[in-house]
Design a protein around this ligand. Sequence first.
Ligand code: NAP
Length: 288
Amino acid sequence: MHGMNPILTSTPDASISLPVTAFIGGGNMSSALIGGLLGAGADGARLLVVEPFAEQRQRLRQRFSGVQVLAMPTPALHAAQAVVWAVKPQQFAQAAAECRPHLANALQVSIMAGVRCSAIERQTGAQRMVRTMPNTPALIGQGITGLFASAQASAQDRAVADALLAPAGQRVWVEREDLLDAVTAVSGSGPAYAFYLAEAMSRAGEELGLSAEQARELALATLAGAAALAQGSRESLATLRANVTSKGGTTAAALAVFDAAEMQATIVRALHAADQRAKELGDALDAG
Ligand SMILES: NC(=O)c1ccc[n+]([C@@H]2O[C@H](COP(=O)([O-])OP(=O)(O)OC[C@H]3O[C@@H](n4cnc5c(N)ncnc54)[C@H](OP(=O)(O)O)[C@@H]3O)[C@@H](O)[C@H]2O)c1
């Protein structure tokens, strides 16, 4: 069983057999999670998806044989012991109103950005819930998801939510719901920061005479490789950086420009702005 403290897990608890689970919304995230669960051996007959868009239902049926795909909530949902909310936050109120009569006393797992537990409780009447914040690499199983469980959720509920999100990549549990705003600031919005840095590195590479493809590959492989190196190391990030920065060398020349522009402080300020914006968006969704 996974602990209650902030933890990083990369493999789900093998002893968990998934309960019958209904996905509300059959879009990108649901498809990635369902595909990953089936790939890991989950029984498709124990998964349901509610998806109002006919073309999307067709795609789901073709891709995931055995999974029950519903156009609207029906009493079939009563069988679900876990529900995964995977609609856009703005679609949640309507989807919840439609599904509520058909939802038994299920664990509610939300992947909706910014929808707070209080809103989920208000809209579904449920108290056992796990709110999560994945990021876009989840779509290829290489994301990282922050998870927060309500006080009423049991250890088993946490383990189920952890297993349901495992196909999205690693999981980090947080102890307070507001820390999901920090998760949003670091990893939720983080892929864009990585693209931003890669963009600048590619642009410079091109200015220095490389082709666009060469510059892009060099930038992306460097970010991926550096991240993998750091993940496999016990050294602090500052030490890893110092280790590759010889005095008077090329790296030092580049970092001196970063430091003169106070890049670290700027990035820290940027993430504070993202955290603040996550709180504002949460407030707006709460009010609406
Ligand atoms: N994509 C990511 O990487 C990512 C990362 C972090 C968080 N999230 C969160 O994950 C959630 C889902 O994102 P997504 O990218 O999977 O969105 P998506 O592709 O738009 O999927 C949402 C699906 O829900 C369907 N839907 C709309 N109203 C519904 C209702 N009343 N009942 C049942 N289904 C309904 C939509 O159908 P229509 O097409 O007909 O509207 C759509 O197929 C969002 O809340 C997002 O904030 C996503």
